[in-house]
Design a protein around this ligand. Structure first.
Ligand code: FHN
Length: 444
């Protein structure tokens, strides 16, 4: 009898050890709890860095491509691999990069672990086409960056491309006479690399891309989502793990899709959304470093974008493309610093807030609300005659109205359905300003 009970116990144990939880059926309350830090943080720094920084958008005298340069200029794999021998970013300083993100007010970082070119920016046991074996640099960039993030209290996330131009089983162009076995790539390369990334660097976010290839399906995305959540249940994963996004608008075309948030790219949703979503954008026109691209967005545009995204209930993932020497371009650093100075004054209107149904008034006023619903913020980037007229959202009768960064309450009057707030003679910051109030719709 004793032997039989031991056998049954062992069987139950083995089943339970290997029983995979189905995270696709995660209750909304559990998802909201898991996503809370992400939605409160609102603002992240994207980093596109890899071998493509060596050519920096130029090949054989022709410009174009940046991180797509291998495809844009049809560079043969053996030719492109030569960039690895030149990739020796002596000025790379993870602590400095994290300090730049922190000075911008970014709360999380997402860096390309592997972009479409298939090069691994970490010490991978799955391939020799990585930073440790293929370059003279021989330092584990993701290890250094994940540790610097942890030390600075910045969450660490990883971008990972499903499309892989370097892997023969993922790229039919690699060996025309060999029929690629995509399942083999998925099961013996893609999944093992993701497992080692989770084990070695403990990312909080996995940001997939390159899902548009014909070999990838929503079903594979769902399987991968469950596989990864079972490896790390608290992981937050974007919707590009599956096939649901509708192009650059980025939101799911159907229900029950794999992934936790929508991914508008180079654009902001036209209106507010109760779904989880994050707009990713470049600071100039390219994700990877391009030596000729000096088309930097102004700090005003970047702050207006951040405010618009927050008012519509989203996150903003703003990209930098470091050089082959390991430096974030100075114009990016300068603009990120301006965003950080602005957030120092106005952060309580951006972090840990939620969008309102009435999220805007005209083109120059956006509204956000504190998570507890007790405080409303009106963020504006233009005012005439040193006063702001509020019609869409107004302070409760008799309540005080403050400007963030100014101690004394502001004078305001109400007539004919409009509230007129007298602005202080000296404004606390540049670019945009925030009124803090208890609006009539606020929770008691
Ligand atoms: O092809 C990529 C591109 O290189 C870049 O990584 C962006 C950023 O999300 N995503 C894809 C284009 O949609």
């Amino acid at each position: 009898m004793k032997k039989l009970s031991l056998l049954i116990a062992g069987l139950v144990m083995s089943v339970s050890v290997f029983a995979q939880k189905n995270y696709l059926k995660e209750p909304a309350a559990a998802k909201n709890k898991r996503m809370q830090w992400w939605t409160d943080d609102t603002f992240g720094m994207f980093i596109h860095w890899g071998l493509y920084a060596v050519p920096a958008g130029e090949y054989n005298g022709k410009s174009g491509g940046a991180e797509w340069i291998m495809e844009t200029h049809n560079i043969p794999t053996a030719e492109y691999e030569k960039y690895a021998a030149q990739f020796d970013p002596e000025k790379f300083d993870a602590k400095k990069w994290v300090a730049i993100a922190k000075s911008a007010g970014a709360k999380y970082i997402v860096i390309t672990s592997k972009h479409h070119d298939g090069f691994s920016l970490w010490d991978s046991k799955v391939t020799k086409y990585d930073i440790m074996d293929a370059t003279p640099f021989k330092r584990d960039i993701l290890k250094e960056l994940s540790e610097a993030c942890k030390a600075a209290g910045i969450k660490f996330g990883l971008y990972h491309s499903i499309m892989d131009w370097h892997q023969p089983n993922a790229n039919p162009k690699q060996k025309p006479d060999v029929k690629p076995d995509f399942n083999k790539y998925r099961d013996e390369y893609l999944k093992p690399q993701l497992a080692e990334l989770i084990k070695k660097y403990d990312p909080t976010i996995l940001w997939f891309d390159g899902e548009w290839i014909g070999e990838w399906t929503e079903e594979q995305g769902k399987d991968l989502y469950n596989y990864l959540r079972n490896l790390k249940p608290s992981l937050i994963i974007n919707n590009r793990i599956g096939k649901a996004r509708g192009g650059m608008e980025g939101m799911n075309k159907y229900q029950d899709a794999a992934g936790d948030f929508g991914t508008p790219e180079q654009e902001i949703l036209k209106t507010n959304s109760q779904d989880y979503w994050e707009s990713c954008m470049t600071i100039n026109n390219n994700w990877g470093f391009a030596k000729y691209d000096h088309n930097w967005k102004s700090a005003q545009v970047l702050i207006d974008n951040l405010v618009d995204v927050a008012a519509k209930g989203g996150n903003y993932l703003l990209n930098v493309g470091p050089t082959a020497e390991g430096e974030i371009p100075a114009p990016s650093v300068e603009r990120l610093g301006e965003m950080g100075k602005w957030l120092d004054v106005n952060k309580q209107a951006i972090y840990a807030t939620k969008g309102l149904e009435t999220y805007k008034q005209g083109d120059n006023i956006r509204f956000t609300k504190s998570n507890d619903g007790k405080t409303t913020y009106a963020i504006f980037n233009k005012a005439d005659n040193n006063e702001l007229v509020l019609t869409a959202v107004q302070p409760k009768d008799g309540s005080k109205v403050y400007m963030l960064g100014v101690n004394k309450p502001l004078e305001w009057t109400k007539s004919n359905g409009s509230v007129v707030v007298k602005l202080p003679a000296e404004l606390p910051c540049k670019y945009a300003w925030t009124l803090k109030m208890q609006s009539s719709s606020d929770a008691k």
